[in-house]
Design a protein around this ligand. Sequence first.
Ligand code: ADP
Ligand code: ASP
Ligand code: MG
Length: 408
Amino acid sequence: MALVVQKYGGSSVADAGKMKHVAKRVIRGKLAGNDMVVVVSAPGKTTDNLVEMAQLISPIPDEREMDMLLSTGEQQSIALLTMAIKGMGHKAISFTGQQMGIRTDASHTKARIVSIDGSKIKKALKEGKVVIAAGFQGTDAAADITTLGRGGSDTTAVALAAALKADVCEIYTDVTGVYTADPRLVSDARKIDRISYEEMLELASLGAGVLLNRSVEFASNHGVKIHVRSTFSEEEGTMVGPTMKDMEKVVVTGIAHKKNEAKLTLAKVPDKPGIAAGIFKPLADAGINVDMIIQNVSEQGTTDLSFTVMKSDLDKALAVMEPVKNKVRAKGLRYDDKVAKVSAVGIGMRSHAGVAAKMFDALAKAGINIQMISTSEIKVSCVVGLAQVDEAVKVVHKAFGLAKRKKK
Ligand code: ADP
Ligand code: ASP
Ligand code: MG
């Protein structure tokens, strides 16, 4: 008998029909002789709607109350799915984060799991029940409800799989696995059969929304193998696990993109020691993550300095930069919220030269201007205009030969 952790995303439990379909799939696992722990997300767009509602009440909602609100989405799903399974004649019980003993730190809306006391889950499993677990939520030391950040149900699933020493962690979603690019954008993207934690973590961090980056990090740290697959098909999905020797032969594994970026530029900043620290320390103090940074060649003792932040942090970043601009005697502060990032990822890059050049060439041939570049051992990222990013993903995907081979 195996212990299986499954996670069903919001689109998989969006309405009553889909909920019943999931119930049947869970029961099948149970009837096959497995202990089943099933993590669910809020139905469909519930979380988005709750965020919108909060913003109508308050432009910057109180974070403790935000968690109180957002956690209700998952509570709907666990109750409904449990009713469906019981209605089909099987034993099941729903648990909130607190009931499962999911303890987090106190950073509301982006909490991290500190420990899991799975005793209640184990007891229910012993009683032959299917456990239906609320994703995305936990409680802190003060017993306040916390949430794990958008997409956090993936992390709940991986963390439960680690804590319960599950045999498999299956992430069910609306696509059949991890693809070489977002299959909604690139119609000939190919499903990847096996991918390393390292590459998956980069892809997820660079915008491949199919898994939350934090869940991949957790899986890698605890050796949890993830199977990403579709709720609506029997097809084998993608296995995410440790790096295997043969994976290194593939130079580029996938292309990711992110549309929620914004660029700020401080114009004509004096080119002298301490200026960069003077600019980036206040941003860090305000909790704003800076992604790419570019400093232009110095001209007559001044330089233009540009950097990118998440679009949702733009207003905050502008507010932080206004006094900094005067302090460092910059001549101006500009921003552009119509930028996006396209990235190529692959562990094979470590041993192959020319990846960046190939990517730049593909973008140039398509007439796409590169505004910023950053590279690491296993990725190359370029900032381009938002209007061109879809095309950029397609041409880079093609340049690296990632497309499905056409049937003759
Ligand atoms: P869920 O609600 O199940 O958590 P998500 O919407 O969070 O689902 O994630 C699935 C979506 O991720 C897919 O519908 C797809 O559009 C998107 N996606 C982005 N990049 C990729 C990729 N490389 N491979 C597969 N899906 C991707
Ligand atoms: N419901 C939450 C969200 O929409 C968590 C999740 O779906 O993973 O972000
Ligand atoms: Mg998701």
